[in-house]
Design a protein around this ligand. Structure first.
Ligand code: HEC
Ligand code: HEC
Ligand code: HEC
Ligand code: HEC
Length: 146
C-alpha cells in the first residue's frame, strides 16, 4: 500500500471514530436538566432544575417511568431508542379554562398536565407510603425568584 493511501485510510478511520463518538454523545442526557419548554410563551414560575442522573442512579427510577412511546396503548420505548422531548407530543402549554376533557385526554395534550402528573404524582405516591421523595409543593420545584 502506498504511503498516501494509508494516510487517507487513517484519516477516514479517525473520522468515523469521531462521528460515532458524536452520535453516542448526542444520546446522552445531561446530569441535570433545566426544564425550559418552549410551549410556554413566558414562564410564570421559576425554571425547574431536574436532577436527571440522580433520579435514575441514586433514586433507582427506571427510564420507562418517564420515557415512553405508546403503540396500541402499550409503551414500547426501550433503552437505546431515541428520546424525544416531552413537548414533542404533549405539545400544548396548559388547558385553558372552560375546555372540558377527561384527565387522560388532558395529560395527553397538555405539557403542563403531563409533566406535573409525572413528577408530582410519583412524589405524592412515595410520600403517602412514607418513603423518601421529592417535593410536592410548588416552591420545592419552582424555587422563589430572588
Ligand atoms: C415535582 C416538581 C414540580 C412541582 C411540585 C410543581 N411543578 Fe410546576 N412544573 C414543573 C416542571 C418540570 C415544569 C415544566 C417547565 C418547563 O419545561 O418549562 C412545570 C411547569 C409549570 C408551569 C408552566 C411554566 C410556567 O412557568 O409558566 C406552571 C405555571 C407551573 N409549573 C406551576 C406550578 C404550581 C402552581 C405548582 C404548585 C401547585 C407547581 N407548578 C408544582 C415541576 C413542578
Ligand atoms: C424521573 C424521570 C426520568 C427518568 C427516570 C429518566 N428520564 Fe430521561 N429525561 C426526563 C426528562 C423530564 C427529560 C427532559 C425532557 C424534556 O426536556 O422535554 C429527560 C431527557 C432525557 C434525554 C435528553 C433528551 C433531549 O433531547 O434533550 C435522554 C437522552 C434521556 N432522558 C434518556 C434517559 C435514559 C436512557 C434513562 C434511563 C437510564 C432516563 N432518561 C431516565 C425524565 C427522566
Ligand atoms: C412520542 C410521544 C410522546 C412523548 C415524547 C412523551 N409522551 Fe407522554 N404520552 C404520550 C401519549 C400518546 C400518552 C397517552 C397514553 C394513553 O393515554 O394511553 C402519554 C401519556 C403520558 C402520561 C400519563 C400516562 C403515563 O404513562 O404515565 C404522562 C404522565 C406523560 N405522558 C408524561 C410524559 C413526560 C414527562 C414526557 C417526557 C419525559 C413524555 N410524556 C413524553 C406520548 C408521548
Ligand atoms: C417515579 C418517581 C419519581 C418521578 C417520576 C420523579 N421523581 Fe423527583 N424524586 C423522586 C425520589 C424518590 C426523590 C428523592 C429520594 C431521596 O431523597 O432519597 C426525588 C427527589 C426530587 C427532588 C429533590 C432532590 C433533587 O434531586 O433535586 C426534586 C427537585 C425532584 N425530585 C424533581 C422532580 C421533577 C422535576 C420530576 C419530573 C421531571 C421528578 N422529580 C420526577 C422520585 C421521582
Amino acid at each position: 500500500m502506498k504511503k498516501q493511501s494509508l494516510s487517507v485510510l487513517v484519516t477516514m478511520v479517525l473520522g468515523l471514530v469521531f462521528l460515532f463518538a458524536l452520535a453516542y454523545a448526542a444520546q446522552q442526557a445531561p446530569d441535570t436538566i433545566t426544564m425550559n419548554s418552549k410551549v410556554y410563551p413566558k414562564h410564570k414560575k421559576s425554571l425547574v432544575t431536574f436532577t436527571h442522573k440522580k433520579h435514575n442512579v441514586d433514586y433507582k427510577i427506571g427510564c420507562t417511568e418517564c420515557h415512553h412511546n405508546y403503540v396500541g396503548g402499550k409503551n414500547v420505548w426501550k433503552k437505546g431508542d431515541e428520546v424525544k422531548k416531552c413537548d414533542a407530543c404533549h405539545s400544548e402549554a396548559k388547558k385553558p379554562k372552560g375546555v372540558k376533557l377527561s384527565k387522560k385526554e388532558k395529560i395527553k395534550k397538555y405539557h403542563y398536565s403531563a409533566i406535573h402528573e409525572n413528577c408530582k404524582s410519583c412524589h405524592r405516591k412515595l410520600k403517602k407510603q412514607g418513603k423518601p421523595t421529592g417535593p410536592t409543593a410548588c416552591k420545592g420545584c419552582h424555587p422563589k425568584k430572588k
